[in-house]
Design a protein around this ligand. Structure first.
Ligand SMILES: [Zn+2]
Length: 243
């Protein structure tokens, strides 16, 4: 029997029995942790706030035979304002799913945890448009997972492609291609879109915004990241029904 305290955020839950929930927690030091929150769906439960999506705080966990039970919780932040904007809420749920897909049980993931918290904070507490914010998250996510896209040389011939030269982004190859080696079905990636990705990688999330000369290539970078996940992300984004 072990009692531990863990900073963590709820990335998923499943209801079971009458009043319980199985929480999937993302801890920066312990990776994914499954934990039961008993009775948390009763209106007066002290674990009510611990068992919602986006609940960030200190989880008191009791471990027995490899199973975790939540015994206490101190809330740090619940990103509550996200719930008032359906679009931003679905982007937030999408971020949680991407983290769940990348993190393993027992493996620290400090950098990804900080990326998630910074992006959720921007999404919740600022007016920053969500498309460039999500594109910035995705390109950093790729860099953390060791699959940073290649943006300066053709993936096939290795030729340097200048910042203003025509280029095509191939999500399967994970980088750009020159006019000779482009895959016919792939749309071009504009200089402003390549500049946006480079800009995100060199600036913090406060600065992930479109402006003259910078344009977020969300569909290309999203397709690239999603193709590399072991399990598909089933969360829809606000753009999906319109596409
Ligand atoms: Zn080439």
């Amino acid at each position: 029997m072990i009692q531990t305290d863990k900073t963590a955020i709820v990335v998923r839950y499943a209801n079971y029995r009458e009043n319980d929930r199985m929480l999937t927690l993302f801890s920066p030091t312990h990776g994914l942790v499954e934990a039961v929150a008993r009775g948390c769906r009763r209106p007066k439960s002290k674990l009510l706030s611990a068992s919602e999506l986006f609940a960030l705080g200190e989880y008191e966990l009791f471990e027995k035979n490899g199973r975790h039970t939540v015994t206490g919780f101190t809330l740090t932040e619940n990103f509550y304002a996200l719930r008032s904007d359906w679009e931003r809420l679905s982007v937030g749920v999408y971020l949680l799913s991407l983290c769940e897909a990348a993190v393993q049980p027992g493996q620290p993931a400090q950098e990804l945890f900080m990326l998630l918290l910074h992006t959720l904070s921007r999404l919740t507490f600022t007016e920053q448009p969500w498309r460039p914010l999500l594109t910035g998250f995705l390109v950093h996510y790729a860099a953390i997972e060791g699959i940073r896209p290649r943006l300066r040389h053709c993936m096939t011939c290795g030729r340097a492609i200048g910042p203003e030269d025509p280029a095509w982004f191939d999500p399967r190859e994970g980088g750009i291609q020159c006019g000779l080696h482009r895959t016919p079905s792939m749309p071009p990636i504009a200089p402003a879109e390549r500049r946006f990705l480079e800009h995100c990688l060199s600036h913090g999330s406060a600065d992930w915004a479109e402006r003259p000369g910078l344009s977020a290539p969300l569909p290309a970078i999203r397709a690239y990241v999603e193709q590399r996940l072991e399990q598909p992300v089933r969360v829809k984004l606000p753009t999906d029904s319109a596409d």
